[in-house]
Design a protein. Structure first.
Length: 416
């Protein structure tokens, strides 16, 4: 396959970092297509932890090229800090990271707007300025990476934007300080900024293998997620094309990443959520805390209704199941196979939040395997109950499973 897409199939936090790192080994270029530094990918290599927010996880593989596409909104300060973080970790980044010249910048006033909006209407954002940056992009007020390389263009846009933001927020911003800071960023970033859409097109013509990585997950997609409790970009497969410049007919394989159970950070409906001690126990066993903010994740049973919807939206060719080992201590395990609403059974994921909030999950119960699977190396080595659980999940989602993760390390991966 010359191009593969890795997509979160749930509400994000599915363990995409590890899976991207694994597939990056056989790829030449790894491309991030949406989101901002509101997402975090955690990769553990030989017990060393790496947490990335903007730069694709493929950077940890030697000699791989990493691209930040124009579907991303980029905080230049956060990007430069991440470069330094990687250098301190002994990872060479020279000549290996590029930013699309069309990528929109997160500006200081976006952080103010995000904070003000969250106080007024609680969505559960990370308050990194990501949503307001996308608002400016859609409203045609955005400042792009290429603008940082042209003082006149940048200053004209900044003056106009500050006038609007000052009026909206009632805050005053230091034009000179912001201008000097971002033009200085431009001087540093000019070695990274290029026409990446053309670069990727030429790479495909040369037969290079490209891996596309998303942030968040399909159920946080601004169109297909549990709106308005969503992110501000298209985390689903459509975001790949609009966020990188690659046409749909060049996408060969689409892999959905899902945990063996469900989690969600922030506000919004979560049909299979587990409350009380049981949910807290799953959180601790799965170390379910956000890589970006450290916020505790809400935990619940595997939701086949939501996953089947995600598979339909994205056209998954296969699934990667992560954190199966977290369930190993349980006597029985539940799978949500439908929702009950007003006495009726719903098999398809509803768009209406009022309906979704009123749904009661309908469960099937399967026996647990009650044994450690962290060192399993092949599918045949799994206990019968674990294989039955995986098969049932696959059947309900109507998508074959390609690999199963049984721990954080690269070696703890079972190919199916």
């Amino acid at each position: 396959m010359s191009s593969t897409v890795i997509i979160g199939a749930q509400w994000g936090d599915e363990g995409k970092g590890k899976i991207i790192d694994i597939f990056a080994q056989e790829s030449d270029i790894i491309v991030r297509y949406q989101g901002g530094n509101n997402a975090g990918h955690t990769i553990i290599i030989d017990k060393n932890e790496f947490i990335l927010h903007l730069i694709p996880s493929g950077i940890l593989r030697e000699n791989k090229i990493c691209v930040i596409g124009h579907g991303v909104v980029l905080n230049p300060e956060a990007f430069l800090k991440e470069l330094e973080y990687l250098k301190e970790k002994g990872i060479s980044v020279k000549g290996r990271v590029f930013i699309s010249e069309m990528t929109h910048m997160i500006m200081p006033y976006h952080l103010h707007l995000d904070s003000a909006s969250e106080k007024e209407y609680k969505i559960g954002t990370t308050m990194r300025g990501v949503g307001p940056a996308y608002e400016d992009k859609i409203g045609r007020h955005g400042i792009r990476a290429i603008d940082l390389l042209d003082r006149d263009v940048f200053e004209e846009k900044l003056k106009r934007n500050l006038m609007m933001k000052t009026y909206k927020l009632g805050d005053s911003f230091d034009y000179k300080k912001i201008s000097e800071e971002y033009l200085a960023f431009g001087e540093i970033l000019k070695g990274y900024i290029k026409d990446t859409a053309l670069f990727l097109f030429e790479a495909l013509k040369e037969g290079k293998k490209i891996l596309f990585e998303g942030a968040q997950g399909t159920l946080l997609d601004v169109d297909y997620g549990t709106y308005p409790f969503v992110t501000s970009s298209n985390a689903s497969v459509g975001g790949v094309c609009t966020g990188t410049g690659i046409p749909p007919n060049k996408l060969d394989k689409i892999i959905g990443i899902t945990k063996a159970y469900s989690t969600r950070v922030g506000e919004g409906p979560f049909p299979t959520e587990l409350h009380g001690e049981f949910g807290e126990d799953m959180r601790e066993k799965g170390n379910e805390y956000g890589a970006t903010t450290g916020r505790p994740r809400r935990c619940g049973w595997f939701d086949a209704v939501a996953l089947r919807y995600s598979a339909r939206i994205n056209g998954f060719n296969s699934l990667a199941i992560t954190k199966l080992d977290v369930l190993s201590h349980l006597d029985t395990i539940k799978i949500c196979v439908g929702y009950k609403y007003n006495g009726q059974i719903i098999k398809d994921f509803p768009s209406s939040l009022s309906i979704l909030n009123g749904c009661e999950p309908v469960y099937e119960e399967l026996p647990g395997w009650k044994q450690d699977i962290a060192n399993v190396k092949s599918f045949d080595e799994f206990p019968t109950q674990a294989k039955d659980y995986l098969k049932r999940c696959s059947d309900l989602v109507e998508t074959p499973i390609e690999l199963v993760s049984v721990g954080a390390e690269r070696s703890q991966t079972v190919w199916v």
